[in-house]
Design a protein around this ligand. Structure first.
Ligand code: DAH
Length: 346
């Protein structure tokens, strides 16, 4: 045979191999087919023996053609076996798993009850024209106490209540009232803000958490009087607890307001009849308020002869516990047990 004839035969055998390979359905059959062509006694193996009759020059070229053909066959064998494995996996998966079944949905998150109530309350005030103001959680004694007219020896400054970062100077704010001071110093008059946020105290029992939430309100303008304060609080109470819920105002004391009051709502469980929740009084305290003390206004450079204002502060946790019945401890709000939080999804 001359070189051309050998190469033509080689091409024929390669084509034949490819055709046969298509028909094989097991790894063993593929390996047998490979041996039938490539082994010494195989079809291509036998053909390769005819190289012996060629001159060294011719042998080099034709030998090259054999190497290329054998490499191609080896590669196609590997690909065919890979394909078989892949198909076997697909069959396995479709037998053991129903790929048409819907997936299992992950648990959906929801808003925290404190956030829900906080947004609801803030909405009521923004709809009355209040702007939302903010301040830092780490405060100075100056803003948290001094500028709010707390005397130097006021018990609220005591280590019992206040968490100090630097004793007597830097602290975690114990209430949202410092945002009143910050707002009066930073904003032009008139001022009408609400400030929602976290506050901190050294308290830790079923009804007290060392961190809880308050909303502070402040309105300063010419001619602001106690009637305005009552009107705003009445609207808030009706929007949050219901139009039929009565409120009452009792005299109280806060260093930064004069006069100061505490505001109660008619017990929303017994409607004023007297029950365990309201300690048989028919009323539940929900916030502190009053007319901004002239000392506080003067302290931030506002002329108290021209301007007056009212302020109020309420506990968000308190409102949340009243709105959602049967919460035994304020702590539940801060443990973040998903079984508890689940209840408030909406
Ligand atoms: N800052 C007071 C507290 O945390 C709450 C408060 C009472 C705020 C009366 C006020 C107010 O603005 O007028 O106990």
């Amino acid at each position: 045979m001359d070189p051309k004839e050998i190469i033509a035969k080689l091409q024929l055998l390669t084509g034949q191999f490819a055709e046969e390979l298509q028909k094989q359905s097991t790894e063993q059959a593929i390996r047998d087919l490979q041996a039938a062509f490539l082994s010494k006694k195989g079809k291509i193996g036998e053909l390769q023996k005819s190289l012996g009759q060629l001159s060294p020059d011719q042998r080099k070229d034709v030998g090259q053609a054999f190497n290329t053909a054998k490499q191609a066959i080896t590669q196609s064998v590997a690909d065919a076996i890979d394909g078989l494995v892949k198909r076997a996996e697909d069959v396995y998966l479709s037998e053991y798993f129903d790929v048409t079944l819907p997936g299992r949905a992950g648990a959906k998150g929801s808003m925290h009850p404190i956030s829900i109530v906080m947004y609801d309350i803030v909405d009521v005030f923004t709809s009355m024209g209040f702007d939302v103001a903010q301040g830092p959680e780490v405060e100075t004694d100056e803003f948290n106490f001094a500028k709010l007219n707390f005397p130097d020896d006021h018990p609220a400054r005591d280590m019992q209540d206040t968490l100090f970062v630097e004793e007597g100077k830097i602290l975690l704010r114990t209430h949202m009232s410092p945002v009143q001071i910050r707002s009066m110093m930073a904003r032009p008059l008139p001022i009408q803000i609400v400030a929602p946020g976290a506050v901190f105290r050294r308290d830790d029992d079923p009804t007290h958490s060392p961190m809880f939430f308050q909303i502070e309100g402040l309105l300063v303008d010419k001619g602001v009087h106690f009637g305005h304060l009552k009107g705003v609080l009445n609207t808030f109470i009706h929007q949050i607890f219901g139009a039929d819920v009565q409120m009452r105002v009792r005299p109280s004391f806060f260093p930064f307001t004069e006069p100061s009051v505490e505001v109660d709502i008619q017990c929303i469980y017994c409607k004023g009849e007297g029950c365990r929740l309201c300690s048989q009084t028919g009323w539940i305290e929900i916030l502190g308020a009053g007319m901004v003390d002239p000392n506080v206004l003067e302290g931030v450079g506002i002329d108290s002869e021209i301007y007056s204002g009212f302020a109020f502060g309420l506990g968000v946790d308190r409102v949340a516990m009243l709105k959602y019945e049967g919460i035994s401890s304020i702590k539940l709000f801060y443990e973040n047990d998903p079984r508890f939080l689940e209840r408030f999804r909406r």
